[in-house]
Design a protein around this ligand. Sequence first.
Ligand SMILES: C=CC1=C(C)c2cc3[nH]c(cc4nc(cc5[nH]c(cc1n2)c(C)c5CCC(=O)O)C(CCC(=O)O)=C4C)c(C)c3C=C
Ligand SMILES: [Fe+2]
Ligand SMILES: [Fe+2]
Length: 330
Amino acid sequence: MKNGVLLINLGSPDSTKVEDVRKYLREFLMDPMVLDTPYLVRKFVVEFAILPKRPAASAEAYESIWWDEGSPLIVLSKRLKNKVSAKVEIPVALGMRYQNPSIQAALQELHDQGVTNVLVIPLYPQYTMSSTETVVLRTNEIQQKYFKNMNLTFLNSFYNRPDYIEVLAENIKSQLPEKFDKLLFSYHGIPERHDNKAKAKAKKYPNANIKTYRDQCFETTELVRQAMGLEKDQVQVSFQSRLGKDPWIKPYTDFVLKDFPQEGVKNLAVVAPAFVSDCLETLEEIAIGYKELYLESGGENYTYIPCLNESEAWVDVLVKWIEGWNKNEA
Ligand SMILES: C=CC1=C(C)c2cc3[nH]c(cc4nc(cc5[nH]c(cc1n2)c(C)c5CCC(=O)O)C(CCC(=O)O)=C4C)c(C)c3C=C
Ligand SMILES: [Fe+2]
Ligand SMILES: [Fe+2]
């Protein structure tokens, strides 16, 4: 048995061309773990309600944050993978849930190096069906189809691991302005229905320690707050990026931001701990869009605090988790 590691992130379009964005959105939104309606309803909604217009708008948004080397999410994930790889003795590969580099290509890379035992790390701190669960399902599907001799172990979530909390708290502290009225933790939202499914599961299996995504987000925030030594009224949680007409988990980031100045919050810092790498949702939505909204609503100072990305302390935490697993498996 030879051990190896597969890091998985969400993925981006191959380029900012509208056709590439359409292809990406089609793969993403046709995933039943993301749009959880019956197939024909999903197909209809995606093809006729979303794909005619959204790709052009999304392409423009991607255009505003794209780097010379490519999508920030992909570039930052590759840099993270390279840094982790340089510090561990076993092979490390990187795959994306949607588009490229694919999970299949990443497993092939490990396979070609003789790896049979893989620790899969989905780069999502909080577990939910549209983040970690879909990665687990897809990676297992590919393993079953093409890599039958491989054994997979998943690191399912790390939203409350002390070393992750510590590194997140330090990352925020080092970039927090001296004067701030509120530190907003803006997490990627999900439809309420998704959290209700987790609630039903938790009720059915009371000993399985199942927590809703929303509860995990609140727990991350509370642990970081304590680690930073902040008062309860210095932090707030909200959820961003909603899509469609269904209710999503609340409170909504845009509503909270609009109300803050009237409530006396004039100096705001925002962090996005649903993401470990900066991406469209942070660089465009939070750092550009929400900043505009806040300032237009009467806010005075707005600071976006970048994700953990490729920071040495975060690399070291991943290395520690990998080494711990590798030792146990030896
Ligand atoms: C039903 C729709 C969506 C759910 C549920 C959802 C959950 C979810 N997403 C992330 C992480 C990311 N999402 C990103 C972009 C993005 N998300 C959706 C929709 C849902 N996400 C769309 C349609 C898009 C594409 C962009 C757009 O057109 O608005 C990204 C950024 C990708 C990038 O290339 O930078 C990330 C990252 C999580 C963690 C999550 C559940 C918790
Ligand atoms: Fe998303
Ligand atoms: Fe968005």
